[in-house]
Design a protein around this ligand. Structure first.
Ligand code: 13P
Length: 260
């Protein structure tokens, strides 16, 4: 059984004080549970990683970074490496977010290198894929997502016990209020799971969590989670507000407890 994942990607939002306030409230909620029934992940900006790990240290909330360098150490000004992340207790890292692709010209080949370095270091990659609006309009969604997966995982071995998360984030749905319908998202999630089975095997396909991302809000999350291959959400805007994030977490918990 895959655990439901409720992951917040804060992008470049929040002051330090706002981060502390949010994290203390979430830690207060999470401390009511010995173990949360869902996986709660927050991806704050880099400078806040250490403090957020400290705030959640006695809770079952996990911290992820929003990106990682494709190098392990070296003279790469402004970069943050996977060994640095793991040494700070960071358990997850986004890679290949469409905003990295769009504004920093990140390619699938670079994303492949980042996944490899994360895996060798022990940080769980959250690999983002997804088509642009024009590509969907031209009926190329499956082709685009498959091509991204083929390049990103070209020479990557995945063992049966490997932890890996894939996030399907249609670019046209990010920050636009235009959510994919649960059925549209499910179709692509199924495509990704089928691809994993062909590329690796059924055990791995059944194990990998596939998250949907793109204008998730408290009022549309339950319908997305009800789909068989949607294992959680990667949430931008709605994860910035503590009440919204707790609402999303509670939706995940309810579905986890009731079963799909
Ligand atoms: P929004 O939820 O703001 O659309 O952002 C989605 C996203 O990019 C998460 O990584």
């Amino acid at each position: 059984m895959r655990r439901i994942v409720v992951a917040g990607n804060w992008k470049m939002f929040k002051t330090f004080q706002e981060m502390v306030s949010f994290c203390c409230k979430l830690a207060g909620y999470a401390s009511e549970f010995e173990e949360l029934p869902v996986t709660s992940i927050i991806c704050p900006p880099f400078p806040y990683l250490h403090t957020s790990v400290e705030i959640f240290s006695a809770t079952d909330v996990h911290i992820g970074s929003q990106d990682v360098s494709m190098h392990d150490f070296g003279a790469y000004t402004g970069e943050v490496s996977a060994p640095m992340l793991i040494s700070m207790g960071i358990e997850y890292s986004l890679v290949g977010h469409s905003e990295r692709r769009q504004y920093h010209q990140e390619t699938d080949i670079e994303i492949n290198l980042k996944v490899k370095i994360l895996q060798s270091t022990g940080v769980v990659p959250i690999v983002c894929v997804g088509e642009k609006e024009q590509q969907r309009d031209e009926g190329k969604t499956d082709e685009v997502v498959t091509s991204q997966l083929e390049t990103i995982f070209a020479d990557i071995d995945i063992a049966a016990d490997t932890n890996l998360i894939i996030a399907y984030e249609p670019v046209w749905a990010i920050g636009t209020g235009k959510t994919a319908t649960p059925e549209m998202a499910q179709d692509v999630h199924k495509l990704i799971r089928d691809w994993l089975e062909i590329r690796y095997n059924k055990t791995i396909a059944e194990r990998v969590s596939i998250l949907y991302g793109g204008s998730i809000k408290p009022d549309n999350f339950a319908a997305l989670l009800a789909q068989p291959d949607i294992d959680g959400g990667l949430i931008g805007g709605a994860s910035l507000d503590i009440d919204n994030y707790l609402n999303l977490l509670q939706t995940g918990i309810k579905i986890a407890q009731e079963g799909k």
